[in-house]
Design a protein around this ligand. Structure first.
Ligand SMILES: O=P(O)(O)OC[C@H]1O[C@H](OP(=O)(O)OP(=O)(O)O)[C@H](O)[C@@H]1O
Ligand code: HPA
Ligand SMILES: [Mg+2]
Length: 181
């Protein structure tokens, strides 16, 4: 594949992300204050940075597990086919579960994973997404907690990739092709 050159323009700073995670963590702690243990599920790969920062702000007993789903591959468009590449290690029946997602775009990934987890009868399933692009939605799904609503821009950084690159940026940026679209 020939790569078109692009630049990344900062959209949300590392500082703004950290401040928002502190706020969201306070709400989550309040909501799950009665839990004996919160089973925190990160959706790989995109959520690996977000979940790492989030769990360190959640001063609750937590267990961390991961599920890997993929629908974009190296493209900028969803294939609309969500593949589960790695399942959870443990059962979630009767447990308090928090699903952690990096971004909700068309909604296919979150919708698919919520159905999968609900079919396993958790006591309570809540979802958090750092970013939400509501104008792109193709299926009716919404996370219980959202960090930032963003416009229809392809974003990278803070765990999120374009063709597997830029996951290691500390901020969220938008992709801009040099010489225009
Ligand atoms: O709402 P949607 O249109 O389904 O898009 C959101 C999903 O797409 C990305 O995952 P991707 O398939 O790129 O896998 P990755 O997390 O490994 O990058 C992102 O991390 C979300 O999981
Ligand atoms: O804006 C995005 N960037 C990277 N991956 C994505 N997957 C869905 N939306 C996006
Ligand atoms: Mg991706």
């Amino acid at each position: 594949m020939t790569e078109r050159p692009y630049v990344v323009d900062e959209m949300i700073s590392a500082k703004a992300i950290a401040a928002r995670i502190e706020e969201l963590s306070r709400e989550i702690k309040r909501d799950f204050s009665q839990t004996d243990k919160l089973y925190v599920v990160g959706l790989l790969r995109g959520s690996f940075v977000f979940i790492a920062d989030l769990v360190r702000e959640l001063d609750l007993p937590v267990e961390v597990d991961f599920l890997e789903a993929s629908s974009y591959g190296d493209a900028m468009e969803s294939s609309r086919e969500v593949r589960i590449l790695k399942d959870l290690r443990g059962p979630i029946e009767g447990r308090d579960v928090l699903l952690v997602e990096d971004i909700v775009d068309t909604g296919h990934t979150l919708n698919h994973v919520i159905s999968l987890l609900q079919s396993r009868s958790p006591k309570r399933l809540r979802t958090i997404a750092l970013l939400d692009k509501p104008t792109r939605r193709e299926v009716d799904v919404r996370a219980d907690w959202i960090g930032f609503e963003i416009p229809d821009e392809f974003v990278v950084g803070y765990g999120i990739d374009f063709a597997q690159r830029n996951r290691n940026l500390a901020f969220i940026g938008k992709v801009r092709f040099e010489g225009g679209e």
